[in-house]
Design a protein around this ligand. Structure first.
Ligand SMILES: [Zn+2]
Length: 243
């Protein structure tokens, strides 16, 4: 294989390593973002449940007030009962007392229903609060760990970048420019290997004549489908068979 192709392959190895570092950093940051999102979602639910508690408390206060009013009303009617003269007035008061008793019963049932709901929601709130607390602790630990890992990855990346700069200097500027352009456009693969006559960038079979030419390795070829630079190594073929 010609020296230039060899250098491009070496450059590609460094670039793959660099994009591996970048992917790693992205994944680690994503992990933190996912943890933060999970906490934010729970806090959002807690806020919604708290609003619900406020509204149920309000309904409970109103029901309690109506309940107390009915009690007062019964007392008043009972006092009035002593003073009435006619049976009709007496009947009317009895009916009002009965109505108020019914209201009291209804309100009591309603209040106990509200209390059940409040108990359930408050239980959910405290469950979510506990989960949040635990997740925040894990997030804090993970953040420290991820920061450390990212620092290490970036140091390693810098050293590979250094090697890349050095190797880039050995290539013809035009060739380097072309390689860099393909690298950028084609998802981080500027030069790819051929296995069994197939481009490993786009997995299309190459025309036999072109394949034979690439196999000789004395001239740089491009894949007619994906435009990536191509190279052929005998050991890649053997690897493919043993795998
Ligand atoms: Zn291709």
């Amino acid at each position: 294989m010609n020296e230039e192709i060899n250098k491009l392959v070496a450059l590609q190895e460094l670039d793959s390593e660099i994009s591996g570092f970048d992917r790693n950093v992205r994944d680690r940051k994503q992990e933190l973002a996912d943890r933060e999102q999970s906490i934010a979602d729970k806090e959002e639910s807690i806020a919604q449940f708290k609003e619900k508690v406020t509204s149920l408390d309000q309904q409970k206060r109103e029901a309690k007030a109506e309940h107390d009013d009915a009690q007062v009303k019964i007392k008043e009617r009972q006092n009035k009962m002593m003073q009435v003269q006619t049976s009709r007035e007496h009947q009317a008061l009895l009916k009002e007392i009965e109505d108020s008793k019914r209201v009291i019963k209804e309100k009591e049932e309603y209040i106990s229903l509200l209390e059940e709901q409040l108990k359930e929601i408050k239980g959910k709130i405290s469950e979510l609060q506990n989960l949040c607390k635990g997740e925040k602790e894990i997030l804090a630990e993970t953040t420290i760990q991820v920061d450390k890992e990212i620092k290490k990855i970036l140091t390693d990346r810098q050293s590979v970048e250094g090697k890349r700069d050095k190797l880039s200097g050995d290539l013809r500027p035009n060739l380097l420019k072309r390689y860099n352009m393909i690298l950028q456009k084609r998802g981080g693969a500027g030069i790819v290997k051929i296995i069994d006559g197939v481009c490993q960038g786009c997995f299309m079979t190459l025309p036999p004549q072109q394949f034979n030419e690439i196999r000789k390795g004395d001239k740089l070829n491009m894949c007619p489908t994906c435009n990536r630079m191509l190279y052929f190594k005998q050991e890649d073929q053997e690897e493919a068979y043993s795998a």
